[in-house]
Write a new protein. Sequence first.
Length: 156
Amino acid sequence: MRAVVPALRPHPQWSAKQTIMPPIAYLLLDLASRVGITETLTLELGKEGRRFQIVKPAPPELYAGLHASANTKPATIGGTWSPSMPKGDVASKIIFLYFHGGAFIQWDGRDATCELIAKKLLEKGGADAVFSVPYRLSGYGSQNPFPAALQDALSS
């Protein structure tokens, strides 16, 4: 009902769609976390092909402080370049490192999740390239607990 009556919306200039989408997104994320479905990320090239790059962990001494854990170790991850991996003098290029949303429990850095934002960063954000990182997702049974995603961010 809030979405129908403009005076009841969280912000008077919001459309009905803007009012209804946050609660729907919350319900979907909450459902995914309660059901316990943990997506498994793959290092296969997939439809991204050569734009998908494997990223090895950095030297162990770099994973200190919040990045350090006795139980969670850095792992090999991947990432997707948009529009393609930069060539030549990368120091002169503007490269955005993009970490997708999903509350650390769903989605990945592949085109299905990140292609739209990558295009916007290229068109409107001044980026020459965007590297989208599919960090390890936390899941049930202590799968990829903190600081797994943080370690993956450092690796990328």
